[in-house]
Design a protein around this ligand. Sequence first.
Ligand SMILES: Nc1ncnc2c1ncn2[C@@H]1O[C@H](COP(=O)(O)OP(=O)(O)O)[C@@H](O)[C@H]1O
Ligand SMILES: [Mg+2]
Length: 241
Amino acid sequence: MLIAIASGKGGVGKTCIAIGLAHALAEAGRKPLLVDGDLGLANVDVQLGLQPRLDLGDVLAGRCGIGEAVLRHPAGFDVLPGRSGSVELAAMNGALLVRLLREQARAIVLDLGAGLGAAQRQLAAAADELVVVANEEPTSLTDAYAVLKLHHRDAPFGRAGVVVNLVAQLGQARKVHAALDSACRNFLGTAVPLLGAIRRDPGISASIRAQTPLLTRHPAGPAAQDLRALAARLMAQAVPA
Ligand SMILES: Nc1ncnc2c1ncn2[C@@H]1O[C@H](COP(=O)(O)OP(=O)(O)O)[C@@H](O)[C@H]1O
Ligand SMILES: [Mg+2]
């Protein structure tokens, strides 16, 4: 199961959601691999306080295998870091990464990073589920719609859904989702489901500052609960590999 997290716009919470989702899948007994596909602005390792020796850039350049670059996080998930001084984002080989990830027989959570270049589009199209993160800001909505539109073009039968981040309560997520869903219905002729909502939680920035996962530091907080619900939903609808 390959779950790719995208948004178009940066700073909407992709990395926080990718880490929380991997952690929630680990809590549920999976042994997921969290991949930082944001080679340009990789920061999964920074949020988690890891010090990678090798990274995705080394894997794509053939200097090592995925197994050598992967770090085990004590919370029960593995991390393939994306930080790289050696590989430009533009040089990321999407087809190669898709092939390498398909060889991993386990749940993968892929943080696609901001923007949607050729490699990111290939990865999004290869995903079993594309999770598009949005918030209620108009810029986030237009970028999320752009991601959905490109995905619809690249993978007309691919699955995609929306996660609304930074909500005060659930009703807010329904409004944001309704705006995206009606644009998708009107202009793409397809509906897009609401996969979940993540509440605004001060525990998130506290856990980033402490370089400790949210689900470790604030396991009972609102965002941790919402991330577990999102993981449960994705596991329930997963097509068996
Ligand atoms: N649900 C949330 N509640 C509070 N703050 C959040 C939440 N989600 C994200 N943030 C804040 O937003 C910032 C950007 O999140 P990040 O995951 O790095 O975004 P992206 O990966 O999309 O660029 C983080 O530093 C974090 O403090
Ligand atoms: Mg990020």
